[in-house]
Design a protein around this ligand. Structure first.
Ligand SMILES: Cc1ncc(COP(=O)(O)O)c(C=O)c1O
Length: 405
């Protein structure tokens, strides 16, 4: 067995300290369980932050990766590869979009979307039309374009000038967006549920309102479904609950069930914005990642996991609402969509303390901001496992109440 202390000492010496990690080293996963170097098991209710939709080591994913690694791993985009073409066709069929560009992460997908929107107006002889309107408390990634769109100023600090032409308005406020958009605006970028910003679903009618605004003004609607996409919301895309089709759609996280991949998808009208040579990626859409994504699609269909996410999500949310009612001094309420749920804590309760206490009980969750617990389990999770998570949370909140009195 690996020596935990020796590994932690090496981590302390050699990894940049960008993450606040507890002293645990994970070595293995199976389904919704993770195992650390000391052999302790954990119930995983965050799935690599909404990534491992099939859980850990799903046989279909393992098989697809093993077979593809033995056949063809990487060739770059100098030539077509069969898996990328098949995946692009599947993505378009499932999303209603027309064309795909593959990246390796969510932030790259958003960078590509931003470049496409700006270049579209360049090709329309309107090169000054470069404005991007995003929303406060949004999260779009950590590269310079995505960080500028991200509506959380702490992520901007210390990195010099932000990308010009990018601004934010209040999330959910259609009038504010209408006032901000003008003839210099190229695109609006929006999450259908703000994930990092606190698991905050868009208010009813907001996304349709943005669609109508974009139709009126010619502004491109970029929908960031990096966290909400691939079935997590209970439909393939969260915008499908609202009947909204974006002009540009960004995906990543769950797309290949844990193998790094991202994508931006566009409607045909805008496809010519990125002509040969205007954008590229060495790794994007490589056969290994695309084979994994194809296995994810096939498994989502075969196991009925997207419909399952809607039902399990409703079940879990009602459990969280029950806990909110039982612990009103600690919890303000619960919200979410499908298997992306948040528990909103009272102003005096720090999410990280609840996370730590849950971990001590063998249950792993994430946070969204300082006051929201975020649950984004694998779509393969069982009701029994969800119950186990709810029971641990109930026990933690009961302990906290007892300590406070
Ligand atoms: C909505 C959203 N957009 C973009 C990103 C960035 O994705 P990545 O970390 O893969 O770059 C994230 C990651 O959390 C996200 O939740």
């Amino acid at each position: 067995m690996a020596d935990t202390n020796a590994l932690l000492a090496l981590a302390g010496r050699h990894l940049l300290k960008t993450y606040k990690q507890p002293p645990l080293v994970m070595t293995r996963g199976e389904g919704c369980r993770l195992y650390d170097t000391d052999g302790r098991s954990y119930l995983d209710l965050y799935a690599g932050i909404a990534v491992c939709v099939l859980g850990h080591a799903h046989p279909a994913l393992v098989r697809a990766l093993t077979e593809q690694a033995a056949r063809l791993g990487h060739i770059a985009n100098l030539y077509y590869n069969d898996k990328q073409i098949e995946l692009a066709a599947q993505l378009c069929a499932r999303t209603g979009m027309d064309r795909v560009f593959f990246t390796n992460s969510g932030t790259e997908a958003n960078e590509g979307a931003l470049k496409l929107a700006r270049r579209w107006f360049f090709t329309q002889n309107d090169p000054e039309r470069t404005g991007i309107v995003a929303t406060w408390s949004s999260f779009h990634g950590r590269t310079m374009g995505s960080v500028a769109m991200t509506g959380t100023p702490k992520y901007w600090e210390g990195f010099g000038h932000r990308l010009p032409g990018v601004s934010q308005v209040k999330y959910g406020d259609l009038d504010a967006m209408r006032r901000r958009v003008n003839d210099r605006t190229a695109a609006i970028i929006i999450e259908p549920v703000q994930g990092e910003g606190g698991v905050l679903p868009a208010p009813p009618g907001y996304l349709q309102g943005l669609r109508a605004l974009c139709d009126e003004t010619g502004v491109l609607l970029i929908v960031d479904e990096i966290q909400t996409g691939i079935g997590r919301s209970g439909k393939y895309l969260a915008v499908q609950h609202e009947g909204v089709v974006p002009d540009v759609l960004t995906l990543a996280k769950g797309l290949a069930g844990g193998v790094p991949i991202g994508a931006f998808l566009v409607r045909e009208k805008y496809a010519e914005a990125l002509a040969p040579g205007t954008h590229g990626s060495t790794f994007g859409g490589n056969p290994l990642a695309c084979a994994a994504a194809l296995a994810v699609f096939e498994t989502l269909d075969r196991e009925g996991l997207i419909e399952g996410a809607a039902a399990k999500g409703a079940y879990f949310l009602s459990g969280l609402e029950g806990l909110a009612a039982k612990h009103p001094a600690l919890v303000k309420g619960a919200r979410g969509r499908g298997l992306l749920c948040g528990l909103v804590l009272a102003d005096h309760v720090e999410a990280r303390l609840v996370l730590g206490a849950m971990r001590d009980r063998g249950v792993l969750i994430a946070q969204a901001g300082d006051r929201v617990l975020r649950f984004a389990p694998a779509l393969v999770i069982s009701e029994a496992e969800l119950d186990e998570g709810l029971a641990a949370l109930d026990a933690v909140l009961t302990d906290m109440t007892r300590e406070a009195t």
